[in-house]
Write a protein that binds this ligand. Structure first.
Ligand SMILES: Cc1cc2nc3c(=O)[nH]c(=O)nc-3n(C[C@H](O)[C@H](O)[C@H](O)COP(=O)(O)OP(=O)(O)OC[C@H]3O[C@@H](n4cnc5c(N)ncnc54)[C@H](O)[C@@H]3O)c2cc1C
Length: 400
C-alpha cells in the first residue's frame, strides 16, 4: 500500500496518477476537506477564496488531472488597470492587443521595447530552463534583474512591482528572477481563469476521480517509524511506500527538522457592493511600494456567480501581517472614489502561510533527508504554483 500524507494539489495529483496505473493508495489528510491552500468559503451567497488565486491556460498539467470545462472556467481579460500619479490607465497584453499595448501610457516607450525583447527571449526558452535558473548561483532578485535590464524605476513601480509583487507574494521583488521569468512567460502565453465554483473546485474535481474511501480526513500524520505512519489518533498505518505531500513547514515538523525560512502571510479583504466600481474583467494595480493593497479585483466581473444577484464582490489582496479593512477601503477609494460610500466590509481572510520563501537560487537548496521508502512532493521544490504542485505529484507517481 502507498500512504500519501496531504490532500492538497500535489498529494491528490499523485494519488490520481497512481490510481490510473492500478496502484492502491490511501491519502491521509489532517483537515476535513481536500485542497490544502486552495480553499473556498461560502458566506451569505458569496464565494470567498482563501487568497486570490488564478489558474492559467498555459499551465499544461491542469488538464492532465481534470476536465477543465467541467470547472466552468471564468476568464479574465488580459492586462490590468493601473493607477499611478492620480491617473487610471489600461494596460494591455502585447500578445493579445499589440496596438493598444504600444500606445498604453503605463510604460515609457523604451521600456515597452525592453519588455517586448524580454518577452521574445522567454518565449524561445523552455520552462525547464527558466526554472533551472532558480537553482543557479547566478540567479538574481527580480528587482536587480529588471534594473540590470534597464527598466526604469517608474516602470518597476507602476507595473512590475504591483503585478509581480502580487504574483510572487513579495512586495520587495526580492524573489528569484528565474521564477519571475517563468511566471512572465505563463502570463504571456495563457489567460487567467477561476472555476465558477471557486478555486477549491479544482482539487475537489481531482478528488472526485478517486475511488470512494481513498481519502481519510481528520487523519494527521505525526511521525514515520520504519514502514509505519503514526497518525494523531494513535493509529499505525503500515506502508510499502509513503509520500509526504505537505506544505514545507508541515514537512519539516513531521521530519523533526528545523523550521524552514519564514514566509510572510497574506490577507484577502472582501467587500460587497450594490454598485459596480468598474466594468472590465481584470485586476486593478495601485502603484507604489508603500501600498497596503497590492491589487484588487471586482471578482464578480469575471465570475458573476461569486455573489448573490444584484451584488458585486470585491477582493483586495494585502501582503504581510498588517491588515486593516478601513485602510484597505481608503486605498480602493483613491482609485474609485465612489468605493468610499458603496463598499461594505464583508470578511477578512488571513492566510498565515501562503508560499515558501523563494529568494534567488532557492531551488538549489538540499531537499530534506528522507527515510527509506519515503518520498516527498509539493510546491516547495520548484517554485510555488498550481502547475508545479500538480507536476511534482504526477512526476513522483511516475517514479513510484
Ligand atoms: C494566497 C495564495 C495565493 C496563491 N495564488 C496562486 C495563483 O494565483 N496561481 C498559482 O499557480 N498558485 C497560487 N498559489 C500557490 C498554490 O495554491 C500552491 O502552490 C498549491 O496549492 C500547493 O499545493 P501543495 O499540494 O503543494 O500544498 P498544500 O496545498 O499546502 O497541501 C498540503 C496538504 O497537507 C495537509 N497536511 C499538512 N500537514 C499534514 C499532516 N501532518 N498530515 C496530513 N496532512 C497534512 C494540509 O492540510 C494540506 O491539505 C497561491 C497560494 C496562496 C496561499
Amino acid at each position: 500500500m502507498i500512504a500519501i500524507a496531504g490532500a492538497g494539489l500535489s498529494g491528490l495529483s499523485c494519488a490520481l496518477a497512481l490510481h490510473r496505473r492500478g496502484k492502491k493508495c490511501t491519502v491521509f489528510e489532517a483537515l476535513g476537506s481536500v485542497g490544502g491552500r486552495q480553499r473556498t468559503a461560502r458566506h451569505g451567497g458569496f464565494t470567498l477564496d482563501h487568497g486570490f488565486q488564478v489558474v492559467l491556460d498555459s499551465y499544461k498539467s491542469v488538464s492532465a488531472v481534470c476536465e477543465i470545462p467541467t470547472l466552468d472556467p471564468r476568464h479574465f481579460e488580459s492586462g490590468a488597470i493601473v493607477h499611478a500619479c492620480g491617473r487610471t490607465m489600461r494596460l494591455r497584453s502585447p500578445m493579445e492587443n499589440p496596438a493598444a499595448a504600444a500606445f498604453s501610457p503605463v510604460l515609457p516607450f523604451p521600456d515597452k521595447l525592453r519588455l517586448a525583447l524580454l518577452g521574445l527571449e522567454i518565449l524561445c526558452t523552455p520552462d525547464s530552463k527558466l526554472l533551472a535558473r532558480c537553482a543557479s548561483p547566478s540567479d538574481q532578485s527580480t528587482r536587480d534583474f529588471l534594473s540590470g535590464r534597464g527598466f526604469s524605476p517608474a516602470s518597476i513601480g507602476r507595473f512590475f512591482q504591483p503585478f509581480f509583487g502580487g504574483v510572487l507574494l513579495d512586495n520587495a521583488l526580492s524573489s528569484s528572477a528565474g521564477l519571475f521569468l517563468y511566471y512572465l512567460k505563463k502570463f504571456c502565453t495563457g489567460r487567467a481563469w477561476v472555476p465558477a465554483g471557486g478555486i477549491q473546485a479544482l482539487p475537489e474535481s481531482i478528488a472526485a476521480q478517486l475511488p470512494a474511501g481513498t481519502i481519510r480526513f481528520h487523519s494527521r500524520a505525526m511521525e514515520i517509524r520504519g514502514n509505519t505512519l503514526l497518525l494523531e489518533s494513535g493509529e499505525r498505518i503500515e506502508f510499502d511506500q509513503a509520500v509526504l505531500a505537505l506544505d514545507e513547514p508541515s514537512l519539516h515538523r513531521l521530519l523533526r527538522l528545523p523550521a524552514p525560512p519564514p514566509a510572510p502571510g497574506v490577507s484577502v479583504v472582501y467587500f460587497e457592493s450594490s454598485e459596480s466600481l468598474y466594468p472590465q474583467r481584470c485586476i486593478v494595480l495601485p502603484a507604489g511600494a508603500d501600498r497596503l493593497v497590492r491589487h484588487f479585483v471586482q471578482t464578480t466581473n469575471i465570475a458573476p456567480e461569486f455573489a448573490p444577484p444584484g451584488k458585486h464582490l470585491i477582493s483586495a489582496t494585502v501582503l504581510g501581517p498588517e491588515c486593516n479593512p478601513e485602510a484597505a477601503l481608503r486605498e480602493i477609494a483613491e482609485v474609485f472614489p465612489k468605493a468610499a460610500s458603496c463598499l461594505r466590509h464583508l470578511e477578512t481572510i488571513r492566510v498565515p502561510y501562503a508560499v515558501p520563501a523563494q529568494p534567488p537560487g532557492f531551488a538549489a537548496k538540499t531537499p530534506p533527508p528522507l527515510p527509506p521508502n519515503v518520498h516527498a512532493c509539493g510546491d516547495w521544490r520548484n517554485g510555488a504554483s498550481i502547475e508545479t504542485a500538480i507536476r511534482s505529484g504526477l512526476e513522483l507517481a511516475e517514479r513510484l
